[in-house]
Write a protein that binds this ligand. Structure first.
Ligand code: GLA
Length: 692
């Protein structure tokens, strides 16, 4: 997987679909050579040197093609202010090590106390290259000021054009896929919110403008970080593209004391020759195998009480919902917000993590025993990073929140952010969570995070940039410890819906709450964007009431189910208001989901069709599941049929429900015949099994 040519001083990292090469030049600077289709070491040595700018005194040849740019006029991957003020860096290479699929290149500055390690890792069973950087202050009393340190910079071969795919959004409308020509100059994708964000997500794809769902070259990168981040793309006047990205946003700097190190998060990248679909499938496989802690496990069908009760939680009410949830086939009953402290609205109680005595006079055990008696596991909502000023915790520890002295403490959703970078705060959070989970045998936490960070300060911390990083690391540490001590515990990542979904949080959680918008028609687009990178097994999707609480839209129960069945199905409606017939239909659909679940959650994912008729296809072990949804379509203009993918053209496939037998070649060429009633909001689930 990793080869080195000492003569040309070239390293080559290979996966089955991709090669990545870099070299060391005469003065010790690592230069980028290649990222794209597979090459041999000999071929990599023949790649022409990267020469970007025209030869003129207004350019800076030393920066050409730098693997980790520290100089020149493009966006730097590293900027350090040395004691006394200088900022120039001149690398010398101390050598490299290769351990399995992990290459480390060690650099130090020629005359200043700065060392860096560039890390590259490929996995035997994957197509993704993981990169990160470690900086170290190697001597002298004065601190180094790190103005920027990215995880990695990426360059693609010279293409005829450059198109950027990424997502934007907001609360209730996350993961809106955008595919747009990349303008000349610099384009910044960033979060300054202290959280990866609803408004953006730290990944991107690049193609030449001609790639499609199943064809064309695509280069893609994704950052494993749940706090503020920044990725700067630079399309140069000479039409070369590179980008650099990492944690922190503009203005967030760090102080490095003597002997101290700073390690960046992983910025992972992959190249696929087979379009956006192939790119998504590679990310899905990587996340399942190398990111998720329990990636090979099937996710349970959750019932969540939030939309049913809001804050009006009572023990009797929860028990009543649990009976109905068990009837429809839920496997995990999750009690949402409102169970603790003085939490009767979003104005009070956050931070006081004891059951509200009026709602649970004898504690949680009665409810949990009932949930277990009904054959379900029990989960509970928590928001450990937050505090309402109207809480006993805040009255006792007003200094525990992120704040700047003499500045206002901005309330968002009536809450402030606890500084998880302070050891006493993280240990307080760990202790109550540990007691809650251990003391009650809790199987599942919905870990929420309902506001962006503002006034990110820690008086006395010295280094103004640290709280931005420390908070995220503190959250990671608490999650990691809980999982290590409670191996059965599973965690759902949530931040007001999909405000914190990234490779960093998925390393310690099992699924993510995709969006607070549970309107199935809106969800089709949200799920489309989510699935560009993140696999179905992480995409929590509930069926809720109709009309929808957020949009007022009325949708058939089957349609709502068929959309949610494309991910980790859950139920989140007020089942006490559903008719017996609706609950009966729901029970049938939940049972059907359990039957297709191994294919949906562990199969290979293909996106089908164009609006108004779209769908997804999952394939595993000769089984095929298609979920298709049609939004309203004009009379007389039937949408194009859904042509299936990845079938054996010579095989036949039997419809498990109707018994009809289809030729693979016909399904590939002419699509799946679908029975879609009416003109709007129709949906269908088709299960096929390969018969010969
Ligand atoms: C956030 C979550 C919701 C719900 C509420 C509770 O908005 O995304 O699902 O848990 O908080 O306050």
């Amino acid at each position: 997987m990793i080869e080195f040519d000492p003569r040309h001083r070239i390293w080559l990292l290979s996966t089955p679909t991709m090669a990545y090469a870099l070299r060391l030049d005469e003065d010790g600077t690592p230069r980028h050579v290649h990222w794209g289709r597979p090459l041999t070491l000999e071929q990599a040595a023949a790649v022409p040197p990267f020469r970007d700018p025209a030869d003129s005194s207004f350019e800076y040849p030393r920066a050409d093609g730098a693997e980790f740019p520290v100089a020149g006029f493009g966006p730097p991957a590293l900027q350090v202010r040395f004691p006394g003020g200088g900022q120039e860096i001149e690398w010398r290479c101390d050598g490299h090590t290769v351990e399995g699929g992990h290459l480390t290149i060690r650099l130090h500055d020629r005359c200043r106390p700065l060392a860096a390690e560039l890390h590259y890792r490929v996995h035997e069973d994957g197509e993704v290259l993981e990169r990160w950087t470690v900086l170290r202050h190697t001597g002298g009393d004065a601190p180094l000021e790190v103005l920027r340190v990215d995880s990695a910079a990426w360059s693609v071969p010279h293409l005829a054009g450059y198109r950027l795919s990424h997502v934007t959004g907001a609360w209730g409308s996350e993961f809106r896929l955008r595919r747009e020509a990349l303008p000349g100059g610099e384009t910044v994708l960033t979060s300054r919110r202290g959280v990866s964000g609803h408004h953006a997500n730290p990944w991107l794809m690049i193609d030449d403008g001609g790639a499609g769902e199943e064809h064309g070259e695509v280069w893609s990168t994704a950052l494993a970080w749940s706090g503020s981040w920044r990725i700067t793309l630079h399309r140069s006047p000479a039409e070369r593209l590179r980008w650099s990205g990492g944690f922190g946003h503009d203005g967030v700097t760090w102080r490095l004391e003597q002997g101290e190190s700073l390690e960046t998060p992983v910025f992972a990248g992959l190249y696929r020759p087979d379009g956006f679909g192939g790119t998504s499938r590679s990310w899905h496989a990587y996340i399942a195998r190398h990111v998720l802690p329990a990636g090979s496990e099937l996710r349970p069908v959750v019932y969540n009480s939030w939309e049913a009760t809001g804050w009006a939680v009572t023990e009797e009410g929860q028990k009543g919902l649990a009976v109905l949830a068990a009837e429809v086939g839920a496997e995990m009953f999750v009690m949402d917000d409102g169970w603790f402290g003085a939490r009767d609205s979003d104005e009070a109680g956050l931070g006081d993590w004891v059951p509200n005595p009026g709602k649970f006079p004898t504690g949680l055990d009665g409810l949990i025993a009932e949930v277990h008696r009904l054959g379900m596991r029990f989960g509970i909502w928590v928001e450990p990073e937050m505090v309402n000023p109207d809480s006993d915790l805040y009255r006792a520890h007003p200094d525990w929140v992120l704040h700047e002295p003499d500045r206002r403490r901005t309330l968002l959703r009536n809450q402030l952010v606890l500084d998880f970078g302070r050891p006493e705060v993280a240990s307080w959070a760990h202790d109550w969570l540990d007691r809650l989970v251990g003391g009650h045998g809790i199987d599942f936490l919905k870990w929420d995070m309902n506001r962006a960070l503002t006034e990110v300060g820690r008086p006395g911390a010295g280094d103004p940039g640290r709280p931005w990083i420390d908070h995220v690391r503190g959250v990671y540490e608490v999650m990691d410890r809980l999982r290590a001590d409670h191996p059965r515990l599973r965690i759902e990542a949530c931040a007001g819906g999909g405000g914190r979904v990234d490779l960093g949080v998925l390393r310690r959680t099992d699924e993510a709450w995709t969006s607070d918008n549970t309107d199935a028609a809106d969800r089709i687009a949200i799920q489309h964007g989510f699935g560009q990178i993140y696999p179905a097994r992480t995409m929590a999707a509930w069926v809720t009431d109709s009309p929808n609480f957020l949009t007022g839209r009325d949708l058939p129960l089957r349609f709502r189910f068929h959309v949610a069945m494309a991910g980790v199905l859950g139920v989140g409606g007020d089942l006490s208001r559903w008719s017996a017939a609706e609950r009966g239909e729901a029970a049938e659909l939940v049972a059907l989901y359990k039957e297709i679940r191994p294919v949906v959650q562990h199969g290979v994912h293909y996106r089908l069709g164009e609006p108004p008729l779209t769908g997804v296809q999952y394939v595993a072990d000769g089984r095929v599941v298609v979920l298709a949804w049609r939004l309203s379509s004009p009379f007389g203009a039937p949408p194009a049929p859904l042509r299936l993918r990845a079938l054996d053209p010579d095989a036949r496939y039997r419809d498990d429900d109707t018994g009809a037998v289809h030729h693979g070649a016909v399904l590939l060429a002419h699509g799946l015949p679908l029975e879609l009633p009416g003109r709007s909001h129709a949906s269908v689930l088709v299960r096929l099994t390969r018969v010969e």
